[in-house]
Design a protein around this ligand. Structure first.
Ligand SMILES: CC(C)(COP(=O)(O)OP(=O)(O)OC[C@H]1O[C@@H](n2cnc3c(N)ncnc32)[C@H](O)[C@@H]1OP(=O)(O)O)[C@@H](O)C(=O)NCCC(=O)NCCS
Length: 249
């Protein structure tokens, strides 16, 4: 089945009846069932065990409560996260900036200029700490991870170094679950910059609405205090997701 360019695959029982559907993807060299869901004709509890068996060795991203059915059937939970969306109409006005800081297009800087703030913002123990964070940032910059960097992406520059960044990808698809996406938001953790992340997010959403975008999505890991920042800025939650891995048979 082909839904808007994405190839949807079905998981079938022995009689050829559908148990579930997913979009085939790959992550870190292993097959990945994206947006895995249960077929409407079967009960999630009954389908879960067969799906865990047929996807042995795979990873998957699952929406809503079906993730818990799969965990009960033997899958291992890797991460729970939430997706959010912000409508950009009516247009958002640009906030006032504190003196001494400039908000500049992220595209004016190479990704290396953001590494110091990035590594400081996601130390070991942070729910989104990633040993390969600089390589992921490079992939966001060059468009290989989520589509091209949108020109509304911005950094905060204190005259000496980049102290915060908000990156937007011109990702494919339609809001609220796809389309233009905030792929990164971080600030240097020093007390001098408290509140700068929200300010830069506000600035970038204003620039995105100026550029004609109608909505921005993002995802945030369960347990990351950034959730409260997004909700204060008016983002609304669209779905709860679980990343899982299925044990080898
Ligand atoms: C998300 C972020 C950009 C927001 O920046 P900000 O607007 O300057 O907001 P702050 O960093 O001051 O933090 C916002 C809230 O989270 C809390 N918080 C931040 N880091 C925290 C931590 N490690 N542990 C507990 N609480 C934390 C703050 O106390 C604050 O709470 P309050 O609003 O109730 O006072 C910034 O917190 C950050 O860079 N975080 C690390 C990277 C990250 O997780 N990015 C989001 C990925 S989805």
């Amino acid at each position: 089945m082909d839904a808007g360019g994405e190839v949807i695959e079905a998981i079938l029982d022995r009689d050829g009846n559908p148990l579930g559907y997913f979009e085939r993807d790959e992550r870190g060299g292993r097959p990945w069932a994206d947006e895995l869901c249960c077929a409407a004709e079967v009960s999630p509890g009954a389908a879960a065990a067969a799906i865990v068996r047929s996807l042995a060795g795979w990873g998957a991203t699952v929406a809503g409560g079906f993730g818990s059915d799969l965990v009960d059937a033997g899958a291992r939970r890797l991460r729970t996260f939430f997706t959010y969306t912000l409508s950009l109409s009516p247009p958002i006005p640009e906030p006032r900036l504190p003196s001494g800081l400039q908000i500049l297009p992220a595209g004016q800087f190479p990704p290396e200029a953001l590494y110091e703030a990035l590594l400081a913002a996601y130390p070991p123990g942070h729910p989104d700490h990633d040993d390969d964070a600089p390589a992921s940032l490079d992939g966001l910059y060059d468009g290989t991870l989520m589509g091209p960097l949108h020109p509304c992406s911005a950094v905060a520059w204190d005259g000496r170094r980049v102290v915060a960044a908000v990156l937007v990808q011109d990702a494919e698809g339609k809001p609220p679950l796809a389309g233009p996406w905030i792929s990164e938001a971080f600030r240097h953790p020093g007390p001098d910059y408290a509140g700068l992340g929200a300010l830069l997010l506000h600035c970038v959403t204003a620039r995105a609405s100026d550029a004609g975008l109608t909505a921005l999505g993002l995802s945030v890991t369960d347990g990351n205090p950034a959730q409260a920042v997004y909700e204060r800025l008016g983002f609304t939650r669209t779905a709860r997701w679980t990343d899982l891995e299925f044990p080898n048979a």
